[in-house]
Ligand binder design. Structure first.
Ligand SMILES: Nc1ncnc2c1ncn2[C@@H]1O[C@H](COP(=O)(O)OP(=O)(O)OP(=O)(O)O)[C@@H](O)[C@H]1O
Ligand SMILES: [Mg+2]
Length: 263
């Protein structure tokens, strides 16, 4: 089993879209995939078409802060039974998991709690974690739980500006998870018609491969991405055979290659 967190503290860089679509392709290829929504916005949950009211007990909360039941031991902290969506398992999110940001601070070695819970899982080939756009405790829990980090990165100014912080934070998180490293930079929202995006892509291609491989860019396709969200479908389900679908499949095979046979 490999645990991957799709981390970038910057907002709107396609973390959630990439988790949804790469997770879908891995599952379609026959791998057993668990997605964990760690963002109080719960976009991943909604974009996979989940319309049910989610209770806190169905989220990561019980694995991190336990149940309120009297006599429950920390050793019993575990993830709840997942939901089934598009061939994948999903631990959904709810706005109230934001409580974790504050409550975890009073727990000794609390940042390791998701890591411990994830390592008790059995029966999965890949666990993909979608953190919120922040440098808070939810992101720290998510990244520290993972074996490798995947960094979604738009090919524009915002993407370039965020890189130093991403690298610095991965170094910080390694203090709690020593073997952590970046597996792949997934280039996102690429608009090759603009010179700005082409130049940003060139800078990324010149500088980042020294740190970790970079993917083929996922092109900017606002109509597909916003419509797929509304329909609650991953891109390969919404637009099978489209260029958008083929790109997602290409990036997924590049991720598998970057993991060097671990997946
Ligand atoms: N290739 C693309 N083309 C066009 N729009 C895209 C593409 N990828 C993502 N988007 C859109 O960009 C927005 C941000 O994407 P997404 O929510 O996946 O990013 P995020 O990093 O998870 O955001 P947040 O930081 O809020 O969690 C969404 O509206 C999404 O539909
Ligand atoms: Mg997101």
């Amino acid at each position: 089993m490999v645990v991957l967190t799709f981390f970038n503290h910057a907002g709107g860089v396609a973390k959630t879209s990439t988790v949804r679509d790469v997770g879908y392709v891995l599952a379609e290829q026959g791998r057993r995939v668990l997605l964990i929504d760690m963002d109080p916005q719960a976009n991943l949950t909604k974009w996979l078409g989940v319309e049910d009211d989610i209770a806190l007990e169905q989220t990561v909360y019980p694995a991190i802060l336990g149940s309120n039941e009297e006599g429950a031991e920390d050793a019993e902290l575990a993830l709840p039974a997942p939901m089934r969506v598009h061939g994948m398992d999903l631990i959904p999110s709810h706005l109230n998991i934001a409580i974790i940001e504050r409550e975890i601070l009073s727990v000794f070695l609390g940042v390791l709690r998701l890591r411990e819970a994830v390592r008790k899982l059995e029966g999965y080939d890949a666990v993909l974690i979608d953190p919120p756009p922040s440098l808070g405790q939810l992101s720290a829990l998510a990244v520290v739980a993972s074996d490798r980090v995947v960094v979604p990165l738009p090919t524009n100014r915002k993407g370039l500006d965020g890189i130093p912080t991403v690298i610095k934070m991965v170094r910080e998180y390694k203090k709690a998870a020593r073997d952590l490293s970046i597996a792949l930079f997934v280039l996102t929202q690429h608009d090759r018609r603009t010179r700005h995006d082409r130049e940003s892509h060139e800078i990324i291609a010149a500088q980042l491969p020294a740190l970790a491989p970079i993917s083929t860019p996922l092109a900017s396709r606002p109509a597909y991405y916003s419509d797929a969200q509304v329909q609650g479908m991953p891109i390969p389900v919404y637009a099978p055979g489209s260029e958008a679908d083929l790109e997602v499949r290409q990036v997924t095979s590049e991720l598998i290659a970057a993991l060097g046979g671990r997946l």
